[in-house]
Write a protein that binds this ligand. Structure first.
Ligand code: ADP
Ligand code: MG
Length: 134
């Protein structure tokens, strides 16, 4: 099934100018980038975006981090895009990420792990609407 998913290049990767290298990985794996924009969000917007994690001990830190610098938000489109993107990203902790994945290549730590990707069809729709309302 052709799906759409939301991808974010997080502040640690934008800061290191890894945007184009990461985009190339998506394209090389058969995902199209149908929309892309660089934005900086407020801590309040980050708190709304990551609301599913509000009970986690790292929530505050996570929201502060996502709003700490520019991010690149993208809609990725393709066959099984949601799962495919999760595979391309690799495990949450770069230490556990498989060879060749974005997080293995570029992730610094469990929090500064370079990319976000929607984890389900429902969340993909919500997250795309969060950043690309029209
Ligand atoms: P993923 O981004 O792989 O979907 P989660 O949804 O579980 O991972 O977590 C969201 C984000 O919260 C992670 O990408 C990471 O930046 C951060 N995070 C997750 N677990 C921890 C942790 N134990 N300590 C600090 N930050 C964490
Ligand atoms: Mg997640």
């Amino acid at each position: 099934m052709i799906e759409k998913t939301l991808s974010i290049i997080k502040p640690d990767a934008v800061e290191r100018e890894l945007g184009d290298s990461i985009k190339k990985i998506f394209l090389n794996n058969g995902l199209n980038i149908s929309k892309s924009k660089k934005v900086k969000i407020t801590k309040q917007e980050a708190s709304e975006f990551y609301k599913v994690h509000e009970t986690k001990p790292f929530y505050e830190e996570l929201c502060a981090y996502l709003s700490s610098g520019p991010i690149i938000v993208m809609i990725l489109e393709g066959e099984n895009a949601i799962l495919k993107n999760r595979e391309i990203m690799g495990a949450t902790n770069p230490k556990d990420a498989a060879e060749g994945t974005i997080r293995k290549l570029y992730g610094i730590s469990i929090d500064k792990n370079s990319v976000h990707g929607s984890d389900s069809l429902d969340n993909a729709t919500k997250e795309i609407n969060f950043f690309f309302k029209n």
